[in-house]
Design a protein around this ligand. Sequence first.
Ligand code: TSJ
Length: 637
Amino acid sequence: MANEYGADQIQILEGLEAVRKRPGMYIGSTSVRGLHHLVYEIVDNSVDEALAGFCDTIYVTINQDNSITVEDNGRGIPVGINHKAGIPAVEVVFTILHAGGKFGGGGYKVSGGLHGVGASVVNALSDWLEVEICLDNKVYKQRYERGHVCYPLEVIGDCEEGKTGTKVHFLPDSSIFEETVFDYDILKTRLRETAFLTKGLKIVLIDAREGKEQRKEFHYEGGIKEFVTYLNKSKEALYNDVMYFEGTKNGVYVEVALQHNDSYNESVYTFVNNINTPEGGTHLVGFRNALTKTFNDYARNNKLLKESEANLSGEDIREGLTAIISIKIEDPQFEGQTKQKLGNSEARGAVDNVVSEQLTYFLEQNPSVAKTICEKSILAQRAREAARKARDLTRRKTALEGSALPGKLADCSDKDPKNCEIYIVEGDSAGGSAKTARSRATQAILPLRGKILNVEKARLDKIYANAEIKAMITAFGTGIHDDFDISKLRYDKIIIMTDADVDGAHIATLMLTFIYRFMPELIKQGHVYLAKPPLYKLEKNRQVWYAYSDEELERLLAEVGRQNNKIQRYKGLGEMDAEQLWETTMDPEKRILLRVNIDEEEESEVDLTFNTLMGDKVEPRRIFIEENAKFVKNLDI
Ligand code: TSJ
C-alpha cells in the first residue's frame, strides 16, 4: 500500500490528522455536544439530498455499541472517479477536508454552511466508519479507520432494482471524545427541528440499545406551520389560524409562519438553510419591518388606532408572538462574533416583500384575526406607556426624597455596604425570627409575603406595581435596567432564605428570575446567594447536631450511633426559633451560603437553550427550575 501513496494522499492524511489534533476547531468541542454534532454532520448531507428533491426518508439508529447508522433513500453518493483527485467521489467526500457537498451543482445546502464541516471530519474523528451506497443496482462499500482508507471502494453485492441510497455507519473515537454515549433525547429534539424545517421529509430515530429500545418518527407536511403550532401547544393561542407565507424574491426562498399567544413573550426563531441564526440578521430585520408597517397601516385604515394616537411599536405587535422565519439562500454570509447572524442584504428585501404582500392580503381576508392582534398590540402599547410613567415616577422619587426604604425592611446600622448583607426571607413569621436572630450592625432583613410575581409572565406595568418587587428594588439601591448602577448597591451580599422544600425552591427561583432579568450584574458580580437551612436536627445526650443533607444525616448517625436520638426533620424556617436560625443559617462563622452563578458556557451555547424551548409540553418549566438549581454553585462553606 505505502508505495502507492502519492503527494495527494499524503496531503489528505495530513488534513485529517489536523482534525484529530484539534477536533475543537472543527466541531466546537469534544464534549457530549461535539459527539452529537457528528450525527448532525452526517444527517445534514441527507437533508441536502432531500432539499434537492431526491430523498424523502432518513433513518437514524443508535446501535447497541453506541455506533450510529444514518441511511437515506437519495441518489447515492457518486462513485465515479473524481478527475481532480483521481479517486472515487465518495472517497473524496470522506477523506478530503471541506469536500462535503461541494461537488454536484446548484441548490441550497445545509452542509457546508455554518456548521457543515463535512463528512471527512466525522470520519477523522471515528474509530471506524463504513459507507454503503446503493447505485446502478449494485452495493458499493468502503471502510475507514480513524480516517484511513482500509481498502479501495468495492462492490459487495447487488441492490434491488431501481433502489438508490446512502448508508453511513460510524463509531466515534473514544480516545477523542470525553463522552461516547449518545443521548436519545438530544438527537430527538434536533431531528424533530430538522423535520419541521424540511416539510415532507420523514426522519425516523431508533434507539436499538438493550433496555433503551424506542423509536420516533417525524414527518410534517405542514413544515414550519406545524412548528409554530408545536411551539404554542402549551400556550393559549389568540386565534386558530397559523399564518403561513411563502415566496421567492431576488433568488431568496422565504417561508414564514406565525401565531400570537396570550403571553407577553416574543419567540421568533430564524433559520438560513436550516441553520439556526440565534443572533438574527437581515432576514429578521426584513420580517420586523414588514410586520410593523403592515399592522400600523391596517390599524389606521380600519380606524382601530385613532388619529391622535401614536403608531404601534414593533415590540407592541410582537408581544406574545411565536414565529419561524426560514429562508434558503445560495451563498449565505454569516457575521458577528459567533457567526450566527445573517449578513446578506438581499434577504432583508426578500422577507419584507413576501411578508408585507401576503400579510396585507391575509388581514383583509381575516378581519377578526386582524382585530384581535391589533387590540392586543394596543393594550401592549398602553402598558408600555404606563410602565414608562411608573419608572419616571420612581426615578423622580429617588431624586427628590432620597430612597424611601420599604417599611418592612429592618435595616442594619453599619453604613459601609462592604460590611453589610441583606436577607430576603420568605414569610412574615420566619422574617420575625430572622429580625430577632440577626447581627444588627451588618445584617438587614426584608421579609416578603408568599409567592412573588413571576416576571416572565407579567407585563412591565404590573411588575413595577408589585409591592414585593418594589421593596427589593428600593432596598438594594442600585435601580434597574438602564438606571442600574452597581456603585449604589447597599449590601455586599444579597441572601435569599427560603424553606428547604419544593415551595421554597420555587420562591427562590422566582426571586432569582427577577434579579436575573432586572439586575443581572448583581449575579454576574457574585453578590447573590442562597442561604442553606438545615434539613435535620439530631439530639443526643443534650448535645445537638444539624444535618444539611440526607447524606450528612447518615454520616452523623454512623458517628454518634442510631440509639436514643431524637431526630427532628425541619419542614420550614418557621419551625426554628431565633437562636436556632442564627446558629444554623445566619451566623457567618457557621452558615452555608451558595453563591448564585450564571453558567456562562450554558448561556452562550445558544442552540441548547433553543432546544430546551422545543421540549415536550410539560418539560419547559421543569428544565427551567432544574437549570436554576444547576446555575447555583457551591462555593463558600
Ligand atoms: F456525506 C456523507 F457521507 F456524510 C453522507 C452523504 C451521508 C449520508 C447518510 C448521505 C449522504 C448523501 C449524499 N445522500 N445523498 C447524497 N447525494 C449526493 O451525494 C449526490 C448524488 C448525486 C448527485 C448528482 O449530481 O448526480 C449529487 C450529489 C451531491
